[in-house]
Design a protein around this ligand. Sequence first.
Ligand code: AHR
Length: 533
Amino acid sequence: MKIKAPLAALAALLVAVPSGQAQAPAGAVAASAVLRADQPGPVVNKNVYGHFAEHLGRGIYEGIWVKPDSPIPNTRGIRNDVVAALKELHIPVLRWPGGCFADEYHWKDGIGPREKRPAMINTHWGGVVEDNSFGTHEFMDLVEQLGTDAYVTGNVGSGTPQEMMEWVEYMTSDAISPMANLRRQNGREKPWRLPFFGVANEPWGCGGNMRPEYYADEFRRYNTFVKNYDREAPVYRIAAGANAEDYRWTEVLMDQVGRRMNGLSLHYYTLPTGNWGAKGSATAFGEDQWFSTLKRTLRMEELVAKHSAIMDKAEADRKPGPFPGADRKVGLVVDEWGTWYDQEPGSHPGFLYQQNSLRDALVAALNFHIFQRHADRVVMANIAQTVNVLQAMILTDKEKMLRTPTYWVFEMFKVHQGGTSLPVELQSPDYAFGQEKIPMVSASATKAKDGSAIHLSLANTSLSQAVALSVKLAGVTSKAVAGRILTATDMTAHNTFEAPNVVQPAPFAGATLKGDVLEVKLPAKSVVVLELK
Ligand code: AHR
């Protein structure tokens, strides 16, 4: 069948492939799939493409906030270049102020005239002085500039229920009340929207070293004082969930908190070595750590499946309650995920600054495919973290800014936001390394909200093996395919301030439609997103 690519895509095909972009070699290994558009699944919550920005290193300060008098172009102190780049990702939700920082943050220190705000020590992250110049008003300004939703995490570890109650009143009450009046006095007449509120962060660790039974009681107590000032838009309450495979945490929370929470979180980080003392470098690695990183990141599948099964069982066992909404599902909120490497040589050890290579792009794609496969339970995910920290979208150096390979995966995958998931039955060859193996191909598909297109994203984990993938399209009437690819010659390829475009998407001409079969030549170590129309 003749491919009818949209004009814009055809024009894009004429653009030269950037240097560093590999082409599909001959001698590909075969893989097959059935894309079941005839069996649509649940909607992929757009919030799966969410973000997290903590008061940590140069994440907020310099990365986002430069103060209004900075020579770096800004709007009320917030960097214009970073906001413009992030807006292209259609960020649906932004989590703030932590992380571990949240449980030592006292919000009243971050309001009012900036020159009068008290300073504090950021004990978790480098022991640096936090001047509180970025507080509630500045965060909500950022949220409004980005056109995203706020997800604020409250302080249970070292704060009080009164402090939490007053913060929610300050942000969301329209009444003539003490906190709403204080907000007005500080320059904001109307309340802000607060769609999501987290009651603590990692209470099993930096948030207070609690046992799950104790935290369940703390959640019940603190959550009581998170009021819905806007009855039309009740706050979605997220309880702090398990550290990776701590399944007992989920069991206890489901049993003892149950539907008092709307969402329950999960944190899982990908370390190349699995050793917190020597995690591995972001850019100096061989095939052993390419492979181990991808294998470890694929553990997310097992974690999400097992935590979901516990939640399913708890909900199936529960008797229907007398309250409206008592039968709704608790959402799984993966509000911290991503790679965690040794900090960049020469950078501050407490700042968690790391480079980001093609390997991170594969990590992002594999995780999104997992979240989309579990769209019935995973309602949100927040990559750690947006700028200059861990698996960042953006790196800055004073006035300079670059987009990382992870940024480009978010940009390519944004077409999945809010789409209907379509099952992909995949037969993939293995990518073996030593005695271990992982699937070579990963795939996920959605139908766009407006029904105008089907998007199929693909990843090839192999470093050297191209794949010839044949996809039977069940229930698809498309006549044209177009796409983009993210790859590079070298597995450690990354963008620097001197060469910011080494890894960036290029038009992809390796897909052809033959009747109801889509043939794809998927190059080694690549991420591809196809649009079928
Ligand atoms: O994202 C960095 C840190 O990792 C967060 O502050 C904490 O919640 C987690 O341990």
